[in-house]
Design a binder for this molecule. Structure first.
Ligand code: UT7
Length: 332
């Protein structure tokens, strides 16, 4: 079976920048608390009527296609990862397809939150490996800011998340020593409600009530401490799994791109893996946590900044709601 490779990457973030100081004006929080606990300084929020989850994804996709030297019409499939789709249904994949002006190729939506991009990458990789498709677009895009509780009640969650999109175009690799070497996916539904937005769900007779809005169950809930503890275990575990499968050691990694959940989590992973800071990519200070978009935005920036070069060993790793966690090892 042939390998797939990442032929192009791109990202897009909405124009509006919201700083910690801006958030201080609307809830009881402080720039100091947010920086200290998360490393976040600012994030981007969408503009209604301008940005949507699908059109931000399309913007990132156009850049990724350009880098790959391909046209949208060359694509064989779209895999779209998001927890914040434009509509309840249909998924954002078909909207992105329409936005790119292409018809009839399949568009698959992936619902795996912070691990969504790596899950989507793995799906795309399988289609290329089997020879079924040649060029697959993988997108992670999120608009969180329209679904957060900006009262003091929601501060533990709302200061963390930001909006943005990233994309990668996957194509067949020239050799089996290059491209995506392996992907590793995991889940444990035992902890499904520890990081979740419960309402409006289909399991209640009335999907949306005034009580749900008043009680705040329409907003994301996160048991921060539990998520943190699991994250710092699962990240190193799934990175090691990828390395072992390919007979590599942590010191062989040229660039580790973890999901940007929290700077403290990233620093912990860096220390646990024994990696120097420059080999672990971080941009959470600029964007906050953009869930499915965080890894492709980081990957795109790392390539743009020349921090990933041909031949480098790149590891992507994610952990988040579900719980789900995943990794991918790539010879660039
Ligand atoms: O991307 C998906 C995966 N997500 C993650 O990996 C997130 C993992 N968890 C975390 O990153 C951290 O748990 C948080 C950053 C979410 C929270 O940090 P923490 O150190 O665990 O804080 P905490 O929730 O234990 O709260 C400590 C205090 C509380 O006050 P008391 O009870 O000690 O008086 C909170 O009410 O900080 C308070 N607090 C805030 N204060 C100012 C919570 N949020 C805020 C806030 N501003 N935004």
């Amino acid at each position: 079976m042939r390998n797939s490779k990442i032929a192009g990457v791109g990202h897009y973030v909405p124009e509006r920048v919201v700083t910690n100081k801006d958030l201080e004006k609307i809830m009881e929080t402080s720039d100091e608390w947010i920086r200290e606990r998360t490393g976040i300084v600012e994030r981007h929020y969408f503009e209604e009527g301008v940005d949507t989850t699908s059109n931000m994804g399309a913007e990132a996709a156009r850049k990724a296609l350009k880098m790959a030297g391909l046209e949208a019409t060359d694509l064989d499939m779209i895999v779209f990862a998001t927890l914040s789709p434009d509509y309840v249904f249909p998924g954002s994949g078909v909207l992105l397809q329409r936005e790119l002006g292409i018809k009839e190729i399949p568009a698959l939506d992936v619902r795996n939150q912070c691990s969504g991009f790596v899950y989507a990458l793995s799906v795309a990789d399988q289609f290329i490996k089997t020879g079924m498709y040649n060029h697959v677009l993988v997108v992670g895009s999120e608009i969180h800011s329209s679904g957060l509780d900006f009262s003091t009640r929601g501060r533990g969650v709302s200061v963390i998340f930001g909006d943005g999109a990233g994309a990668a175009v996957l194509s067949p690799s020239e050799s089996n020593d290059k491209g995506i070497l392996s992907t590793h996916l995991h889940a444990d539904g035992e902890f499904a409600e520890e990081l979740a937005t419960i309402d409006p769900g289909s399991n209640k007779r009335e999907r949306l009530t005034h009580e749900m809005i008043d009680e705040g169950s329409i907003y994301p809930y996160m048991n921060g401490n539990t998520v943190f503890k699991h994250a710092v275990t699962r990240f190193p575990e799934v990175i090691q799994e990828a390395l072992q499968q390919n007979n590599y050691k942590p010191e062989d990694i040229d660039m580790l791109i973890p999901h940007q959940a929290n700077l403290r989590i990233t620093s912990y992973i860096q220390q646990k893996m024994g990696l120097p800071a420059e080999k672990v990519f971080s941009n959470i200070h600029k964007y906050g946590n953009t869930t499915a978009a965080s890894i492709p935005i980081a990957l795109s920036e790392a390539v743009e900044e020349g921090r990933i070069k041909e031949g480098d060993l790149v590891c992507l790793a994610a952990f988040g709601s579900g719980f789900t966690w995943a990794s991918a090892l790539i010879r660039w």
